[in-house]
Design a protein around this ligand. Structure first.
Ligand code: DAH
Length: 339
């Protein structure tokens, strides 16, 4: 009997197959309910006491060998199936991979960064939750200054000193506090204003601030820089600077770019004038330089600030600013081919 079992053991060890059915037949033959092993185990009680030990050992060995063999063959079969599932036809076209799209705000922001980096501006950032000093006071807007009304502010309720920045001009202050001139930096970022939401305005939007501080910086430098920017950004080099007022610049101006009146859209966008307002700018007020620890007797500078959302709406003919924050993929997908 023991010899028969040993023969089976050899058979088990020598068995191999890649056929699911064959492996199953093998499993049933040895390990099935009415299989050989159960038969041998049932036989155990009839084995003479002297042989019980050896008999027990060989049937256990047989059981172990059969179980391991079935497991190994089934595992190999699974791997085989996985491989054929993946590689059965290498000439099949690949599965299409969904390519994401950059957000129009990011596209315009990157374009602006690229244009200014070519003339030596770096990129700086500041916090969206600001304090009164950086958002207002250092920028020449003391507590009761009427110009504060221009910017309806979201305050953090528990502390009237902490607010959501109303413009990226706050980054100017932070940058000047940390760096000595020469300074050439642009600061893109999100800003917040307590305004009613409509197709044209939102309670949060995005700006890019620009700052240039060095010895002998003049208004002519500012104008030249802006003209370079509008040419690169819009392909339009005709600009005009209208006198304006910002507490942190003196003199201050608003920049219009001549868009032209060639198409119906041009008429609509420029309200029939051909001119489009794109940003505010001016020479940094000496008080602001002093507030940031820069000697205004030695240094002068210019600054400008523009809205990214407005430019995105303009360039991509987007009719409603709310589309920029609704995350509707049908809208966002349309920017797939852009950089
Ligand atoms: N901070 C201004 C705003 O939010 C924009 C601005 C105007 C920034 C003139 C400037 C500037 O740096 O010189 O409307």
């Amino acid at each position: 009997m023991i010899d028969t079992i040993k023969q089976y053991l050899q058979e088990v060890e020598g068995f191999t197959s890649t056929s699911k059915e064959e492996i199953e037949t093998f499993r049933i033959k040895y390990l099935g309910k009415k299989g050989l092993l159960n038969e041998f185990f049932a036989e155990f009680k009839n084995v003479p006491a002297a042989q019980k030990k050896e008999f027990g050992q060989v049937i256990n060995e047989l059981k172990k060998a059969a179980t391991e063999k079935v497991d190994a063959l089934q595992e190999a079969l699974k791997d085989q199936n996985n491989l054929t599932g993946k590689y059965d036809d290498l000439t099949k076209p690949g599965e299409p991979v969904e390519i994401g799209a950059r957000h129009p705000i990011s596209i315009v922001k990157n374009q602006i960064i690229d244009i200014f980096s070519r003339i030596g501006f770096n990129v700086s950032e500041g916090p969206e939750i600001e304090d009164d000093w950086h958002n207002f006071t250092a920028l020449n807007l003391p507590e009761y200054h009427p110009a504060r009304d221009m910017q309806d502010t979201f305050f953090i309720q528990t502390d009237p000193d902490i607010l959501l920045r109303t413009h990226t001009s706050s980054v100017q202050v932070r940058y000047m506090e940390k760096h000595k001139p020469p300074i050439r930096t642009i600061s893109p970022g999100r800003v917040y204003r307590n305004e009613a939401i409509s197709a044209r305005s939102h309670c949060f939007f995005h700006q890019v601030e620009g700052l240039y501080v060095d010895k002998n910086v003049s208004f002519a430098d500012l104008k030249q820089t802006l003209q370079y920017f509008t040419t690169e950004m819009f392909g339009k080099s005709k600009i005009r600077l209208r006198p304006s007022y910002f507490p942190f610049t003196e003199p201050s101006a608003e920049v219009d770019v001549y868009w032209g009146l060639e198409t119906e859209t041009d008429y609509r966008m420029t309200k029939g004038t051909g001119w489009l307002e794109i940003m505010g700018c001016g020479m940094v007020d000496p008080n602001v330089l002093q507030n940031c620890g820069i000697d205004s007797e030695v240094y002068s500078g210019f600054a400008f600030g523009m809205g990214i959302d407005r430019i995105a709406l303009l360039l991509h003919q987007i009719p409603d600013i709310r589309l920029l924050s609704e995350n509707d993929v049908r809208f966002l997908e349309q920017f797939k081919s852009s950089i």
